[in-house]
Design a protein around this ligand. Structure first.
Ligand code: ATP
Ligand code: MG
Length: 291
């Protein structure tokens, strides 16, 4: 039994595709904890927050019922469990698609060809809702895993499963014919928590921290030295350098330019910056950006 000690509880996946990114996000928010995969919960030392480690399938219900105040889980799982939870923030990782695929040689080109076929899935509720919305009558075969093997075992004619790159499906000799939904990991809360002002105050401050570290993701802080005359040229090379911080250096006519840039842009423009007169270019990671 979990003590209801007024501390906030956030549920994350115990061990799976979302675990590392969820832990990294919480640590980037400054929460100090030791994550014990085998113990149900890990308390934060520097914040009134406990981290619950659960199977991802159970997270939507626990958040809905207020057992956990917050939960990080894929939108696909929330939809499948039809949980009454509120999405607070998409988190940008765990991106995948729930797709319908058929064996490469099958004579099915679109979802209309699925009529009276057998479709294997671990997402029966989402699939059934989708088929009903398209008025397609098909048989749903509910499996608990390894769905991509069902056609070759002649258990099904098609499958409905989550993919990210589609490599696994292709290797199993399958061809995608339709995307049922797109999904990513997101932060959810429930109704019970929303009616507790003390908890909502803690959630507000967690949201500021999470948004800050999401903003910083993929961005770098760049510092460089250049002759002051080349600043307009530098601005043309990096469009995001609209209003960089320009500081005079002790050397007459030289300035230091500071700005936030996207990581991928930096590698594209580095040579151009040097040609335009930039030197001593330093790029450092950003932990958080609070707007
Ligand atoms: P658990 O033991 O917690 O029930 P699981 O095996 O059901 O774990 P994982 O395979 O770890 O779940 O996937 C967790 C979530 O990661 C998925 O529900 C989905 O939101 C997301 N995801 C991202 N890419 C993929 C992918 N290629 N295949 C499956 N899920 C993916
Ligand atoms: Mg699961």
């Amino acid at each position: 039994m979990l003590a209801s000690n007024g501390r906030l509880k956030i549920a994350i996946q115990k061990g799976g595709r979302l675990t590392d990114d969820s832990l990294a996000l919480l640590r980037a928010c400054g929460f100090d904890f030791e994550f014990q995969k085998r113990s149900l919960y890990s308390p934060c030392r520097n914040f009134e927050l406990d981290i619950l480690a659960l199977r991802d399938d159970d997270i939507p219900e626990y958040v809905q019922d207020g057992v956990a105040d917050l939960g990080i889980v894929g939108e696909n799982i929330v939809r499948e469990r039809s949980a009454k939870v509120k999405k607070l923030l998409p988190l940008g990782y765990g991106k995948c698609r729930l797709t319908i695929s058929v064996p490469r040689g099958a004579n099915v080109r679109s979802i209309a060809g699925l009529k009276r076929k057998r479709i294997a899935t671990t997402y029966p509720a989402t699939l059934s809702h989708f088929l009903r919305s398209r008025q397609i009558k098909a048989e749903i075969i509910t499996l608990s895993g390894a769905v991509e093997l069902a056609p070759s075992l002649d258990v099904a004619d098609a499958i409905c499963d989550v993919v990210s790159t589609g490599t696994t499906a292709r290797l199993s000799g399958l061809r995608e014919i339709h995307t049922v939904m797109e999904s990513e990991a997101a932060l959810f809360t429930g109704r019970k928590t929303a009616s507790d002002p003390k908890k909502m105050q803690l959630i507000e401050s967690i949201l500021i921290r999470i948004s800050g570290s999401l903003q910083a993701r993929g961005r770098r802080y760049m510092m460089l030295n250049a002759p002051s005359a080349s600043v307009p040229k530098l601005k043309r090379i990096i469009p995001s350098l609209k209003s960089p911080t320009v500081v005079p250096l002790a050397d007459e006519g030289m300035v230091a330019v500071h700005s936030v840039i996207a990581e991928d842009v930096f590698w594209d423009v580095m040579e151009k910056l040097k040609k335009a007169g930039a030197s001593d270019i330093i790029v450092v990671p950003i932990e958080t950006i609070i707007r």
